[in-house]
Design a protein around this ligand. Sequence first.
Ligand code: 6LW
Length: 524
Amino acid sequence: MVCCFLVLILSNITSSAQITFRNPVIPGFHPDPSVCRVGDDYYLVTSTFEYFPGVPVFHSKDLVNWDQIGHCLTRDSQLPLQKCRASGGIYAPTIRYHDGLFYMVTTNVSGGGNFFVTAKNPAGEWSEPLWVNQGGIDPTIFWDEDGKVYFMSNGHQYSDGKYVEGIVISEIDLKTGKRITEPIPVWHGTGGRYPEAPHIYMKDGYYYLLIAEGGTEYGHGVTVARSKSVYGPYEAAPVNPILTHFKNKTQTSPIQGTGHADLIQAHDGSWWAVFLAFRPQNGSHHLTGRETYLAPVSWPKDGWPIVNNDGSVAIEMNCPTLPLKPFAVKPVRDEFSTVVPGFEWNYLRNPSMENYLFDAKNGKLILKGTGLTLNDTDSPTFLGRRQEHINFSATTSLEFQPAKTNEEAGITALMNNGYHFDIVKSKGILVLRYQLGSITHIAKEVALNTDKVQLRIEGSDKYYTFSYSINGLSFVILGKADTNLISTETAGGFTGVYLGMFASGNGVKCNTPAIFDWFEYKGI
Ligand code: 6LW
């Protein structure tokens, strides 16, 4: 009998502690998530700053498994990023679906301000931008029951120069993008710094206004208020913040900076929050950017939304989910056998496509260096993908033997144009070079006269390790560098580390093509 009870208790413990999904649901630099639903299909977008194409679109059937299906901003006319500073460009987007059309609203802080694009198919093509004459960042749109459409952002400067802070709202005409009313402030949040990231939802006769406060660092959080009128006054929830890790009980959590959320009611009636957070490593540093997380929300009738019971989340979640529908696992090695790169690959700012040849027939990516380097606030020849894991290995096979010493090609771990670690192949030499703000440091040089070499960057909590191989079997370590040297806390900004291939003539156009045979990324 006792034994039976024990089995029963133990099996209950095991089932209640069962891991149902893991956070982050979209790892690597994927901040400011916004989500919408069409039937039982979910679509999610994130910010992209100086990277091209802009604003990835992910699809899911269960909110846990996400598959990228395209980008919203694929043309220079939609995404002018020429010479935009690191972490300029595209800030937080919102995605919504209304009457057969998808809307993606965002800000290009480096030119043009707030705008939206539309598409019948979220995989693309998306329309040209319609610019909205309203200031601030983090725009969102909301369709009221009476057919009026509202545009919200944080802050606005009126034509007389007066600036209003906090969350502002105006009515707009979606056909033209023109505002019908002047933006007016509706809520300043509960007193945290940087009230931003507004989203509005109608439930039980209330307008619920969800925002982020505290800034996108360790003090980040999500607060909510409600009103019977879209213009307010908004009454703050007594339980604010409804999501944050700035409290004592979460100070040692592997997840920090939880904030900037969007809520969604699933097709089974359950509520969920998607939001950003980061995973510190090597002390209080983070390298993989702000990532996309998921948590269940309980939202009783006439009550306030409660995120995951107590406003905190875990890497291993054990709440019930929608029926899980995972996607096929992608191969770790890209053989460059397609004429266009996979959606995971990005350029810096607006690329000159004559410098990139996708030789699908021979399975090669051929890069032509220009005078630009990775240090320029411009578009050097570079193709990279996000670091998604704290522990990873990225390897590429490069064929390059330039006649001139200024010509180089290689692999990089790049936080931004001021902070990156590079393994560089040049004339007869292999160099391990660190760019740390204004300091360029040559950590190692070895003579290398072969045309072909494999280059590898491995990541761990504390170190990046750099190595090369001539035969592809044994790797020789060139050096090790502390991860914190290029972390977000050191380099600043809103992005995360990219692992990429590059070529440069250091001030002069390159004559020698850099031929990359494959690129392999393995998360551990
Ligand atoms: C974004 C703001 C924020 O516009 O960071 O975390 C800014 N929240 O809402 C850039 O991602």
